[in-house]
Design a protein around this ligand. Structure first.
Ligand code: MRU
Length: 403
């Protein structure tokens, strides 16, 4: 009887918080009611699940690169198959897969595909062919550094081969190894970052730095998932993240599957919630980190960081080593991707009749400008959560990390 009462109380509480999460009661100097503690994430095993089945964002099967099609989510869950490295490069460019570490692992597999597709036994010719493939793969997205890091990793591994046949074997192992290591990095980010998250915390995140943006676990979401699985009560404010809405489409979908309480907010609303004291911490991902600690991430990150600083809210970036570009001295050196004006002027969504449609949401005759990323100066960043621990966003700390 008591259990049923608690379960009912829990449901009422959850429904209420879903309606207005900023009313989550803070636990400072008060004892927490039981119903806050019983809300927990859906699973305690160390893998991300979709309807009870484990998926990675990207994997290789019989020479095909398989991707969760992120252009279809959250409306349908579909697997996209890439038959060859050109298909895989196109999938990166068209954002079937997106998010820096996921782009990296996909690019690694693309180079593997190129390697195993090579006909002939001449190692030198194979390496020349791979050089051409590399150019195509790395020209897909300019900002996410993981793309270049991953291709370089596979290329170096293949460089050890003494024959074309051996190169193919090494390439397959290197692609899988890269993806496995990427998962481990995210899990470690989760363990370090989780220590920052207190029970009852309300977090804000921007874009999708979740498991869809990685191979598994996510960067910004890994600490959230770890905290939820460790039965901390948390709630996440999800920035919609126009123009492509990766927050409201992808992060919200992930959090729902993980059973983490969350609310989608319009991008313009984050400052309002921060000013009211409704947000305890901001965690975002990164596409490229410069040596001085400046961070490029999805457009809109910069203004969240500035507002967070104004209101004394800790602003953290979660990212693996593979996102740090040793050749970028500062954020000024980071190339910023410009995307189609259609992303700003149009939106794709589900009609009441269940049909997926793209419509204009802006004046069709106006011009739109669409930079995809901005650079947050290091001074606004409280720390970078890496797989090796939480470091300060500055040159010394980053250099030390690399040793
Ligand atoms: O253009 P996208 O969707 O690839 O941009 C993604 C982001 O900006 C993410 O926040 C970033 O890649 C971090 S990935 C864990």
């Amino acid at each position: 009887m008591l259990n049923i009462t608690f379960a009912l109380l829990n449901k009422v509480k959850r429904d209420f918080l879903c309606f207005y999460p900023s009313l989550i009661r803070k636990n400072q100097n008060t004892s927490k009611p039981y119903f806050l503690k019983v809300f927990k994430a859906s699973s305690s095993i160390d893998i991300m699940l979709v309807n009870g089945r484990h998926y990675r964002t990207v994997w290789m099967e019989n020479g095909l690169v398989k991707l969760i099609d992120q252009t279809k989510l959250p409306f349908s869950f579909e697997i996209h198959s890439c038959a060859n490295f050109r298909d895989t490069a196109a999938a990166i460019k068209n954002m079937v897969v997106r998010g820096a570490p996921a782009i990296g692992a996909t690019a690694a597999y693309a180079l593997v595909q190129a390697c195993i597709s090579f006909k002939g036994a001449n190692l030198k010719s194979l390496l020349l062919f791979l050089g051409e493939a590399e150019k195509i793969i790395t020209s897909t997205r300019p900002t996410a550094y993981d793309l270049f890091f991953a291709v370089d990793f596979v290329k170096k591994e293949i460089g050890r081969a003494k024959s074309a046949e051996q190169a193919k074997k090494i390439a397959v192992a290197a692609g899988n190894n890269y993806a496995d290591e990427s998962v481990k990095r995210c899990m470690a980010i989760g363990s370090h970052g989780e220590k920052l998250i207190k029970d009852d915390f309300r977090l804000l995140t921007h874009c999708n730095a979740g498991w869809l943006a990685c191979v598994d676990w996510g960067t910004a979401t890994a600490p959230v998932y770890k905290a939820a699985r460790n039965k901390k009560y948390i709630s996440v404010f999800v920035d919609e993240t126009r123009p492509r809405s990766q927050g409201s489409r992808l992060t919200a979908w992930e959090l729902k599957h993980e059973g983490v309480d969350h609310s989608i907010i319009a991008d313009n609303a984050a400052g309002f919630f921060m000013s009211k004291g409704d947000i305890d911490m901001v965690i975002v991902g990164a596409d490229r980190i410069a040596m001085n600690g400046d961070v490029a991430n999805k457009i809109g990150t910069l203004e969240k960081a500035i507002v967070a600083k104004e209101f004394g809210i800790p602003f953290y970036v979660a990212a693996p080593f593979s996102t740090i570009d040793f050749n970028c001295k500062s954020g000024k050196d980071i190339p910023i991707e410009e995307r189609s004006e259609d992303e700003v002027k149009k939106q794709t969504g589900l009609t009441d009749g269940g049909e997926l449609k793209t419509i204009f949401v802006s004046n069709p005759e106006s011009r739109a400008i669409n930079p995809s990323f901005d650079v947050t100066p290091a001074k606004f960043i409280k720390g970078i959560i890496t797989e090796k621990g939480i470091i300060k966003a500055n040159k010394n700390a980053i250099r030390k990390l690399m040793k």
